[in-house]
Ligand binder design. Structure first.
Ligand SMILES: *Cc1c(COP(=O)(O)O)cnc(C)c1O
Length: 359
C-alpha cells in the first residue's frame, strides 16, 4: 500500500461505466471526452482502455497529438477546433477532426490549401452563448462548408447544453428545440448530449453522445450521486496518517488556529494537502474515510497536510485515508468545498502517484 498520496484508477469501473452509458443511449455512438488529462485520470492510460468507443474528444491540439504519439489511432475531435489556421496542416497530418464554431474558422478553413479534406463538426449556439455559429447564420455557413473541397461530407452538426444538470430547467428543452429548428433540412449526424444530457435528457441522445464526467463514474446532475445512475467511481484518492497526537480542550490547530478543540481528543495528521489537489477550502467537518469509517477534517487544509479528529478511534500511524472515491463520493466533497467534481478531479497534481488496477 502506498503511504504517499495515491490516485488509484480502477479500469474495471471505467469499462463498467462505458457499458452503463451505452445502455442509456443504445442507438448512439460514443465520443469519449478525454480533455484535461482525462479529467485527471491519465490521458493515455484511459484512452488505451476505451477500445469500444467510436471517437475521442479533447480541448486542445496538444492533447490530440499526445494521443497520436501514444499510438492512439481512433478518430479524435478537437472540441474547440483550431485556434489558428497554421494548425491546419498538423490537423491533416495527424488525421484530427475539428469542431467549427466561429465565422473566422469557417473563413480560414475554406481558404486553406489542404492536402486532404477533414471531418468537421459544425457547432451551433443554441443558447449557451459561449461557442457556436448563430442560428441565423447557420444556413449560410452550412452552404459554404458543404461546397468546400476541404470539408468531408456530410458534416456532423452539434450543440452544447448549458444547464442539462438541472432537470427542472426548461432552458435545455429550448436549446433542443432551437437546435432542431435551426438544422431542419440539413444532412449530417447530430451530437448534442454531454453526460448530463445522456443521463437526464434521452431526447437529446442523437447519433453521437459526448460523455465526459459520467465515464469517470461521477454523477453529472446537480446534487446527484454516481450510484443513482449505476455508475462506479473510477478514481480513489487516498493518502496515509503520518502522525497521531493528543490535543487538549482549548488547543488551536493548524494555520490561523481556526479550529479549537472543544474537548480533549486525538488528531490524525494526514499527508494530503492542496499541493496534492485536495481543496484548501474544504471546510471543517468534511469527511475522510479511515478503516471504512468517516471522520471529519478540522482546521485549515495546508499544502502537504490535513488534520482529522479521530477521537478515541483505534487508528494507527500509517493507516490509509481515503479522500474520495468508492464509499466516499467526490460529489459530496465537491459540494462541501463549494465546487464541482470536475474541478477536484482535474486538480490532482503531478506529485500524486497514479496506480491502475482492475477488479
Ligand atoms: C467537456 C465537454 C463535454 C463533456 O462534458 P461532461 O459534462 O463531462 O460530460 C461534451 N461536449 C463538449 C463540447 C465538451 O466541451
Amino acid at each position: 500500500m502506498s503511504r504517499r498520496p495515491l490516485a488509484q484508477i480502477n479500469t474495471s469501473a471505467l469499462l463498467h461505466n462505458v457499458q452503463v452509458i451505452r445502455d442509456m443511449a443504445p442507438n448512439s455512438k460514443i465520443l469519449a471526452v478525454l480533455k484535461a488529462n482525462a479529467y485527471g485520470h491519465g490521458l493515455l492510460a484511459v484512452a488505451a482502455q476505451l477500445k469500444d468507443v467510436q471517437a475521442f474528444g479533447v480541448a486542445r491540439i496538444d492533447e490530440a497529438l499526445m494521443l497520436r504519439a501514444g499510438g492512439i489511432v481512433k478518430p479524435i475531435v478537437l472540441l474547440e477546433g483550431f485556434f489558428h489556421a497554421d494548425e491546419l496542416s498538423q490537423i491533416v497530418a495527424s488525421n484530427l477532426q475539428v469542431v467549427i464554431h466561429h465565422p473566422a474558422q469557417v473563413e480560414a478553413l475554406v481558404k486553406a490549401e489542404l492536402e486532404s479534406p477533414i471531418h468537421v463538426w459544425l457547432k451551433i449556439d443554441s443558447g449557451m452563448h459561449r461557442l457556436g455559429i448563430l442560428p441565423e447564420d447557420f444556413q449560410a455557413v452550412y452552404q459554404q462548408l458543404s461546397s468546400s473541397p476541404n470539408v468531408l461530407q456530410p458534416m456532423r452538426l452539434m450543440t452544447h447544453f448549458a444547464s442539462a444538470d438541472e432537470l427542472e430547467n426548461q432552458a435545455t428543452l429550448k436549446q433542443l428545440e432551437l437546435f432542431q429548428h435551426t438544422i431542419a433540412g440539413a444532412v449530417g449526424e447530430l451530437s448534442i448530449a454531454n453526460s448530463a444530457g445522456v443521463v437526464g435528457w434521452p431526447q437529446s441522445h442523437g447519433d453521437w453522445i459526448r460523455p465526459g464526467l459520467a465515464l469517470y463514474g461521477v454523477s453529472p446532475m446537480v446534487e446527484g450521486r454516481s450510484a443513482q445512475h449505476q455508475l462506479r467511481p473510477v478514481m480513489t484518492f487516498s493518502s496515509s496518517v503520518i502522525a497521531v497526537r493528543h490535543v487538549k480542550k482549548g488547543d488551536a490547530v493548524g494555520y490561523g488556529g481556526t479550529w479549537v478543540a472543544p474537548k480533549d481528543t486525538r488528531l490524525a495528521v494526514v499527508a494530503i494537502g492542496y499541493g496534492d489537489g485536495y481543496p484548501r477550502n474544504a471546510p471543517g467537518g468534511t469527511p475522510v474515510l479511515i478503516n471504512g469509517q468517516r471522520f471529519p477534517i478540522v482546521g485549515r487544509v495546508s499544502m502537504d497536510m490535513t488534520t482529522v479528529d479521530i477521537g478515541e478511534a483505534d487508528i494507527e500511524h500509517g493507516a490509509q485515508v481515503i479522500l474520495w472515491g468508492e464509499h466516499l463520493p467526490v460529489e459530496e466533497i465537491a459540494e462541501l468545498a463549494q465546487t464541482i467534481p470536475y474541478e477536484l478531479l482535474c486538480n490532482i497534481t503531478s506529485r500524486v502517484q497514479f496506480r491502475y488496477i482492475s477488479d
